[in-house]
Each structure stands twice: as C-alpha cells, then as structure tokens.
Write a protein that binds this ligand. Structure first.
Ligand code: KIV
Length: 292
C-alpha cells in the first residue's frame, strides 16, 4: 500500500471502516441470491454505473446489482435518448465497470437494435456483453414480442432481466416518456407479459413508471423479483440512475427521482475554487513543488 493510501486508511472513521469491512466480506451476489432476497422479504438495491471509479463506489456502498444501463447515452454520452447507444458503447463501459470486480451482480443493457431483429442476433449481442464485457446478466426491454429473444438468450446460459412499463427504447411508439399501464387493457397486458417473461426464463423484472397498485399486483403474481423505478414501494427492490440520485444530472426530473446527494454542486464549487486559486496565484504552493 502506498504511503498516501495508508494515511487515508488511518483517517477513515471507525464506523465507516466497519461498514466497508462488512461490504468487502459479503458474498458475491448472484441471480440465486436475488431470489433469496425476494423470499426473505429483503429489498433489493440496484444502481446504475458506467465507469470504474463509480462502480467501485456503488459496490462499496452495498448495492446488490450494478446495472450498466443504456441510460449511459443520456447521462454520460450526452445523447437526447437511449436510441443512439450501440453495442460498442455498451462494451466499452461494461468492461470498465467489470474491472472493479464488484460483489454486486453486474447486469448490462442490450442497446436498441442489438436484439430486436432475431433471437440469433439477441444471443450474439448478449454473448458479447458477457464474453468480452464481463457482464453476468443482460437486460432487455419489452414484453410478448421479446419472448423468443429471452428464451434464446436463456438457452445460451445467460441470465436475462426483463423490463416492462415505460421502456425508453420505445419512446417513439409511446409518443414520449409516459406513465404506462393506466387503462384496463394496458394493465391486463402488463400482468400477462410479466408472467410470460417469467415463464420464458427471466430471473427478474424491472417495472418502470407504472401505477403503484399495478406493480403490487405484478409483484404478487410472479415468483421472480420485481425491481421498480417509478413503480411504488411494493416492488421487491428499487433502482435509480446513479447520476440522478447523486444530483449530477440537470433539468426537470421525473417525480420518482430523489436526490440523495448533490455532487453536481460540489463538483462546480471544487472546480471554481481551483480556478480562483490559480488565477489568484494561491495554487500551486511550495509544498506542491518538486525539488531539483
Ligand atoms: O438504462 C437504465 O439505466 C435503465 C434503468 C433506469 C432501469 O434501464
């Protein structure tokens, strides 16, 4: 360990050291252990991450699942939707997250047009995320139409997480990012599709932006864990986009987002302080200099 790291470790408060040790000692999260959490009634925590440092932080904070979501496109790459995200973009970021060797289960999103064409295309894309990216499972969006893709990927021994409700890759069909499952017909369809995805082999379901009462019904109708985002408190777990929960994204947020930290403000303040110190000649000081 370098001298700097040793000093940092000594400075760590005892409570934080105990929490960090508990996280480091916890067993690797697997698809089977997520089922155990559902059975035990323990909420599952899923958070997105897209790079090595945040993957380490999210894992050290005790998340059960790290999702390299295609929200990557919007919160990291600056696209206006998730549609421009490619399998190559995903691979680059999944690899970075996998290098953190998280204890959390590492799930990667299959991006738009990497699985919709055919079951064969879906297996090839999922295989690349696992074989070249280091993902331990993949997520795909959609219901009944995706059943052949789910079955084919599961037959290739790759665990699949389903995603129902507001599915951002269908933004144009849905005419915007709208709450789903409000009509009686849509409720029936979503309940049916949740069961179909379970029977096709999904190990869990993300339920996005649907009424809380519908999510509660789905949760009791399936044996697999349901992980909600804007789907109320009855789900078996919750997921948020990391940059939203840390206050790194700007502009209007969906009503389900809570800011648990304000890192954007902290980052702006830090960089402004550096700029002011440089401009005022207060940085660097003699202690930052190397002797000859
Ligand atoms: O891409 C993503 O981050 C997601 C989560 C919001 C569930 O799909």
């Amino acid at each position: 360990m370098s001298a700097r790291r040793k000093t940092a470790a000594r400075r760590q408060a005892p409570a934080a050291r105990t929490a960090a040790a508990a996280v480091a000692a916890r067993p690797k999260v697997t698809v089977a252990s997520l089922q155990d959490l559902k059975r035990a009634g323990q909420p599952i925590v899923m958070v997105t991450a897209y790079d090595f440092p945040f993957a380490r932080l999210v894992d050290a904070a005790g998340a059960d699942v790290i999702l390299v979501g295609d929200s990557l496109g919007m919160v990291v790459l600056g696209f206006e939707s998730t549609l421009p995200v490619t399998l190559e973009h995903m691979l680059h970021h999944v690899q970075a997250v996998a290098r953190a060797r998280p204890r959390a289960l590492l799930v990667a999103d299959l991006p738009f047009m990497s699985y919709q064409v055919s079951p064969q295309q879906a297996v090839r894309s999922a295989g690349r995320l696992v074989q070249h990216g280091g993902a331990e499972a993949v997520k795909l969006e959609g219901g009944e139409r995706m059943l052949p893709m789910v079955e084919a990927i599961v037959r290739a021994d790759i665990p699949v997480l389903g995603h129902l409700g507001l599915t951002p890759q269908s933004v144009h069909r849905m005419s915007g990012y709208r709450v789903q499952g409000r009509s009686a017909e849509a409720r029936r369809r979503l309940r049916r599709e949740a069961r179909q995805l379970q029977d096709a082999g999904c190990f869990g379901l993300v339920l996005e932006a649907i009424p809380a009462a519908l999510a509660a019904e789905i949760r009791t109708a399936v044996r697999i864990p349901t992980i909600g985002i804007g789907a109320g408190a009855a789900c078996d777990g919750q997921v948020l986009v990391l940059h939203d929960l840390l206050g790194l994204t700007e502009g209007a947020m969906p009503r389900f987002v809570e800011r648990f930290a304000m890192l954007g403000d902290a980052a702006r303040t830090g960089v402004a302080a550096f700029a002011a110190a440089v401009r005022a000649g207060r940085y660097p000081r003699p202690e930052h200099e190397y002797g000859s």
